[in-house]
Ligand binder design. Structure first.
Ligand code: FAD
Length: 396
């Protein structure tokens, strides 16, 4: 357990099994969403405690894996674009505060048949929101990035204001900034339960019972264990996902400039890739298509079958990258039925906010999700458009 900083809150710590301390807000779970919430809340001068069952930046949740695509021509729904503008601004603010590059502008290519709903969706988001993009033929794609081999009938929707971020580094920088703003974070302290009444709540761990005014639940895949999820009021499926890294000869052809970040829609499947950075590893993986699982029972071993699927894709569409992967990691998507997020108040408890169900595309939104959570707690409302993420949609 780490006691990083204590703003307010009466502490009874050493040698006692039961400790009661008081906070304005307790955040349960410190992946990208939890640390972002802590940061936004602490910057509003609230006394914030974040609790994480493992260590910060661990590799058993969803916020790890060396790279995450960041893009604005959002094939999932144009309504995400204003949030993307906001989250880019917040990442850039963190870049300034930390004097570190966060967004690596490799560009992003959505590739697939012109009739594919995701290719059309990317174009629609760009058109509706006046984003700059290029529509490329398969021949244009081959000419610009010779290692890519799209199908003849594919087209590409390409944007330059996109690329990738390094998730472990982002979580660390967000957490450091939260602590600088006064947040307290405890690692290796799993929450065993919480209760909430009108304007107060308690959160219990093996070390303490904490009192607070508000609770934020950002438990990632473990949100599926909350009563509200088990009752079906947040329908969630946790999906196993395998990330693979390759080190093809002349790796510079797979760095920024050699390839963009991309999502390639092939039949009813989608594969994505992220250019090699300083580690010299090119990442490719399948988006969705994994087995349903539980975060405590997930198969962590990567099998030949996991690799064969991605290598089949590489053989056909990036043949120079095909080979034995040099690294692999297992991760989880926490999916809602419509693949849209859940950011809302708990239906039975006004002072409990839930942010989860990020359905495999949440990382880039971390900082703006933190702001929305802080808005809901400090103002009871937010100016960001979050109707898409309401819990009520599942009841309807
Ligand atoms: C393979 C893969 C690729 C992805 N690619 C992209 C991408 O390219 N772009 C993109 O934007 N998004 C991407 N995503 C999605 C994105 O990474 C996730 O949406 C995001 O990381 C979810 O963050 P989170 O904070 O909700 O969950 P997590 O990072 O899992 O954090 C939840 C935390 O809660 C903790 N916790 C749970 N229960 C308790 C408890 N009782 N007590 C204390 N702590 C607890 C967990 O230990 C965990 O640390 C990808 C995801 C995966 C798996």
């Amino acid at each position: 357990m780490h006691w990083r900083s204590e703003r307010g809150g009466a502490a009874r710590i050493e040698g006692e099994s039961l400790v009661t301390m008081s906070y304005d807000v307790i955040v349960i779970g410190l992946g990208v969403m939890g640390v972002s919430a802590c940061r936004a809340l602490a910057k509003r001068e609230l006394r914030v405690l974040g609790l994480e069952q493992f260590e910060l930046c661990h590799d058993r949740g969803s916020s790890h894996g060396r790279s995450r695509v960041i893009r604005k021509a959002y094939f999932e729904d144009p309504r995400y674009v204003p949030l993307l503008h906001a989250t880019y601004d917040l990442w850039r603010e963190l870049e300034t505060a930390s004097a570190e590059t966060i967004i690596h502008y490799a560009g992003c290519l959505n590739l697939g048949p012109a009739y594919h709903e995701c290719v059309q969706g990317a174009r629609q988001s760009a058109e509706e929101h006046g984003l700059s993009y290029e529509a490329l033929s398969a021949a244009d794609v081959r000419a610009r990035w010779p290692v890519l081999a799209p199908n003849e009938s594919d087209i590409g929707i390409y944007e330059t204001d996109a690329g990738f971020v390094v998730p472990e580094r982002c979580v660390r920088l967000l957490a450091d900034d939260a602590i600088r703003a006064g947040a307290t974070m405890h690692e290796r302290e799993p929450v065993r339960g919480w209760t909430a009444a009108n304007a107060s709540a308690t959160v219990t761990t093996d070390a303490a019972t904490y009192e607070c005014k508000h609770v934020v639940i950002t438990r990632g895949a473990w949100l599926s264990d909350e009563a509200i999820a088990r009752q079906g009021k947040i329908p969630l499926t946790v999906e196993r996902q395998v990330q693979l890294w390759f080190r093809p000869p002349r790796i510079e052809r797979f760095g920024i400039g050699g390839v963009p970040s991309f999502v390639h829609f092939v039949g009813d499947r989608a594969y994505y890739g992220i250019p090699a950075s300083s580690e010299g590893l090119f990442k490719t993986a399948r988006h969705h298509g994994g087995e349903a699982t539980h975060p405590d029972r997930i198969r962590r071993v990567v099998t030949d079958a996991d690799v064969a699927d991605v290598r089949d894709f590489l053989k056909k569409h990036i043949p120079d990258a095909d080979g034995e992967p040099v690294a692999s990691e297992v991760c989880m998507y926490t999916n809602t039925p419509d693949d849209h997020f859940v950011i809302d108040r708990h239906p039975a408890h006004e002072n409990v906010v839930i942010a989860g169900g990020f359905s495999g595309h949440g990382f880039k939104f971390g900082p703006v999700v933190g702001e929305i959570v802080a808005d809901l707690i400090t103002n009871n409302r937010t100016n960001h458009a979050i109707e898409l993420f309401s819990l009520g949609r599942f009841a309807r």
